[in-house]
Design a binder for this molecule. Structure first.
Ligand code: FE2
Length: 445
């Protein structure tokens, strides 16, 4: 991958100064009493390997002072890096490396954060409950606050759009709710066509798809998608036939329905965690069986493949794909197919159980924002005044209930929350390098 910042990568960082300690440069020290073979036994370095320290050197030769981006690549570093000198002061730790005498000055607190085996403070914006002790991915179950319906009082968390616009603290708490809980409903968004795009742009970037920048959810005469009928829709994630899937979805109510049409939201991570505890074999089946989702219409042919419950490399729940409408026939030996469908059914039943789902009858001006990799959304069936008047059926047109939806992405939303957190002393970012002010910094590229 090339650097966005551009410019040549230096072949070798300059040797800055002489060593700070009377230890010979150009040769590795013997193993220290702490057992570190590369000279990093000094307590201030807390067991961090020499190559780790050198790769994270913050000096101006190793990192561009303006952008904070790394100027040297791993192949630019000496193959055998050692620490030949260490001087710890109150707030800094100066390290001299062999074989070339390169010098780094690290903020002591920054080293402690990474070197402390207990983990230090690595909580990120949106982290909910369990604290991670490893380098963490804020998209996994460990970074979330999992919930059942009772935990939320039966309804999704709420915010208010005018206050969201006027009060950065409220905006941050709304975005943090999406990161930690997966869903929020904002009230008092103007009942104007396209207003959902302003909400999406307030937290990132609109993800345009074959449905356009936004899509209308209302009963149509010839629906290309069952969403555009009055039928009930089971809890699902949107667009699993897309790679990558849109990771945030917004649904803005312009007109409600007189009968039914309640929106439902389920924490898919929680449903998967319950499945894992109740039926580990079913959980294993859904995490290891790739399935293909597909969508086609006159101008579109989409397909994508992945497990219904996606795990990260450490085995933690990270992404749910559940959408019976677009699931293609699986190709498995009969016995495995039976096991798969039993597991799929068990997961779908957990997701649709009253104990799992919170509900909201979206009123005009309400806008739901949710994590489409985690929260399953659905709706009850509904009737519209016009259709009911004429004795219309579920599939008849002239629908009154009218939602407008669009997609955005979690990385932009997390970025918006992290930037807001900078100004009120919260966690400033994700990247992490020992910059001039010790603040985590830009990673780029
Ligand atoms: Fe949907």
């Amino acid at each position: 991958m090339t650097s966005v910042a551009g410019g040549p990568v230096r072949a070798q960082p300059p040797v800055e100064n002489e060593p700070v300690q009377a230890e010979p440069t150009g040769q590795a020290r013997p193993p220290t009493p702490t057992g570190e073979p590369d000279g990093t036994g000094h307590p201030a370095l807390r067991g961090l390997p020499a190559v780790w320290l050198r790769a994270n050197c913050p000096c101006a030769g190793c990192r561009d002072p303006g952008s904070g981006q790394r100027l040297v690549t791993i192949t630019d570093l000496p193959a055998e890096v050692t620490v030949t000198g260490v001087r710890a002061a109150d707030a800094t730790v100066e390290v001299v490396f062999g074989p070339d005498g390169h010098r780094a000055v690290f903020p002591a607190a920054w080293l402690a954060r990474y070197g402390d085996p207990a983990g230090g403070d690595r909580t990120g914006p949106g982290r909910g409950g369990r604290a991670g002790t490893e380098q963490d991915d804020d998209r996994t179950e460990d970074a979330k606050r999992l919930w059942a319906a009772a935990d939320l009082g039966g309804e999704p968390p709420q915010g208010w759009w005018p206050r969201y616009l006027a009060d950065p603290a409220h905006r941050r708490s709304c975005l943090s709710a999406v990161l930690a809980l997966g869903v929020i409903v904002l009230h008092d968004v103007p009942c104007e066509p396209g207003a959902v795009l302003a909400v999406a742009r307030s937290l990132g970037y609109v993800r345009e798809t074959n449905y356009g920048k936004l899509f209308d959810v209302r009963a149509e005469r010839a629906p290309a998608n069952l969403a555009f009928t009055r039928l009930p829709i089971a809890p699902h994630t949107d667009n699993p036939y897309r790679d990558p899937v849109p990771t945030v979805q917004l649904l803005h109510c312009l007109r409600g329905a007189p009968g039914g049409g309640e929106s439902t939201f389920t924490d898919g991570f929680q449903a998967a965690a319950v499945l894992r505890s109740q039926d580990p074999a079913a959980f294993d089946c859904l995490t290891t069986t790739p399935v293909t989702f597909a969508y086609s219409d006159a101008g579109t042919e989409l397909r994508a493949t992945g497990p219904m419950i996606g795990l990260d490399p450490r085995g933690r729940i990270r992404q749910i794909r559940l959408n019976g409408r677009s699931l293609t026939p699986i190709r498995l030996p009969a016995a495995q197919a039976r096991s798969f469908y039993a597991a799929y059914r068990a997961f779908a039943e957990l997701a649709a159980s009253p104990e799992a789902m919170v509900t909201a009858l979206l009123a005009p001006g309400d806008c739901a924002i949710f994590d489409n990799t985690r929260v399953l959304h659905g709706r009850t069936g509904f009737t519209d005044a016009a259709a009911a008047h004429r004795g219309g059926t579920h599939n008849q047109s002239t629908g009154q209930r009218h939602l407008q939806g669009c997609y955005a992405d979690l990385d932009g939303l997390a970025s918006a929350a992290a930037v807001l957190a900078r100004s009120d002393g919260g966690h400033p970012g994700h990247g992490g390098h020992p910059g001039r002010d010790g603040r985590d910094g830009r990673a780029g590229s």
